[in-house]
Design a protein around this ligand. Structure first.
Ligand code: SF4
Length: 363
């Protein structure tokens, strides 16, 4: 039985960006405040990066977390869970929640409901997951997510692969991770080369999806590890989140994406911040987001413009295209549960300060 915290219990002093404040355990739980933890590596990296005043917002708690409205499941993850820990929203892709832990905790995380907690949404039975995937030949790739899969030991990751690699219709195994930013030395583990070799020998592609939001997060160690993993045949993509006060600046994002390309990492999604309870203060308006993406594209060469500006909505992944002279915001479904909707351009009347599809009226 879960014990209910006593709201009258005495509080603890917590250091927020805005200053120290006394908060009770009850307040922390009631507001879903994510646990605080930052690796020493990342703390040193951001301190020495010259960008501390922006990067501190990624990992340091803010009192704004108590007031930011929103939901804890903005993309309908619960509705798309087909067996415990496995989501199947789009035909070709399976998403596995393999852990609820991360090396450091991002204050803007859209899985606040899970990370740093003992969540019951994590895969309890990989045999059951493999059974489902085996019965769904349309699923050609799986994404190991969480939490961060690389907090798990390499032995544990190998056990997960024991279930996935025999599935012949799986073509790629993707790892969604911020570990390359938070603790790149995790990838010095010599056992990892054997793990990636296993994936290769099973005829599948290993893909690491890094999560660099800002050029100041791309350390020399990260660059070295990425280059070493490349030589093992691992492919790299990067996803970033557009974050107020952190990277809502075309100069910074263009530099981040150019650096990613330079080290062999292809940026593929720039996510619009989600209306997550406790994190919606990171959202940037859609108008501002479009100005920023235009500014990024002006600064990049043709081969560097590989990213899409995406809203990962309950209904699907929506590419945000442009704000027309007719006052409408134009979008296109990049992914949708209904395949016939993919690629369809649609528009809604634009509303100033709108940050999400639901902020725009239909019609
Ligand atoms: S590393 Fe990923 S899962 Fe973990 S807190 Fe950050 S965004 Fe969330």
């Amino acid at each position: 039985m879960t014990s209910i915290p006593n709201p009258l219990a005495s509080g603890q002093a917590i250091k927020f960006i805005e200053g120290t404040r006394i908060v009770t355990e009850w307040e922390l739980q009631a507001n879903n405040i994510t646990r605080y933890h930052v690796t020493r590596f990342y703390r040193e990296q951001i301190t020495n990066s010259g960008y501390y005043d922006q990067l501190k917002y990624i990992v340091e708690p803010s009192v704004e977390e108590f007031e930011s409205p929103g939901s804890l499941d903005t993309s309908g993850e619960d509705d798309n869970t087909v067996v415990p820990g496995l989501q199947h929203k789009y035909d070709q892709t399976g998403l596995l929640l393999v852990t609820d832990r991360c090396a450091s905790y991002c204050r803007y995380c859209f899985r606040k409901r899970i990370v740093g907690k003992d969540s019951d949404e994590i895969v309890p039975d990989f045999a059951q997951v493999a059974q489902y995937i085996g019965d769904h030949p349309e699923m050609t790739n799986v994404l190991l997510s969480g939490g961060d899969p690389f907090v798990l030991s390499t032995a544990k990751l190998n056990k997960i692969l024991d279930h996935l690699l025999p599935i012949t219709h799986l073509e790629s195994i993707r790892f969604g991770t911020k570990m390359v930013a938070y603790e790149p030395r995790r990838f010095e583990d010599p056992a990892l080369s054997a793990l990636f070799q296993r994936i290769h020998e099973a005829g599948k592609t290993a893909i690491i999806v890094t999560h660099f939001d800002h050029i100041g997060e791309i350390s020399v160690d990260a660059e070295h590890r990425i280059r070493a993993l490349h030589s093992l045949g691992v492919q790299f993509l990067n996803q970033s989140v557009l974050l107020a006060k952190v990277n809502d600046d075309p100069e910074i994002l263009a530099a981040t994406f150019a650096k990613c390309h330079q080290i062999g990492v292809r940026p593929y999604y720039l996510f619009q911040g989600r209306p997550v309870k406790g994190a919606s203060h990171f959202q940037v308006s859609l108008r501002r987001g479009l100005d920023i993406t235009r500014g990024i594209n002006k600064r990049l060469s043709g081969i560097q413009k590989t990213f899409k500006y995406i809203m990962s909505h309950y209904t699907g992944k929506i590419e945000i295209l442009d704000l027309g002279d007719d006052g409408r915001l134009y979008m296109r479904y990049h992914q949708n549960k209904a395949p016939e909707s993919i690629g369809r351009i649609f528009s809604r009347p634009h509303v100033e300060a709108a940050c999400w599809l639901d902020d725009l009226p239909e019609g």
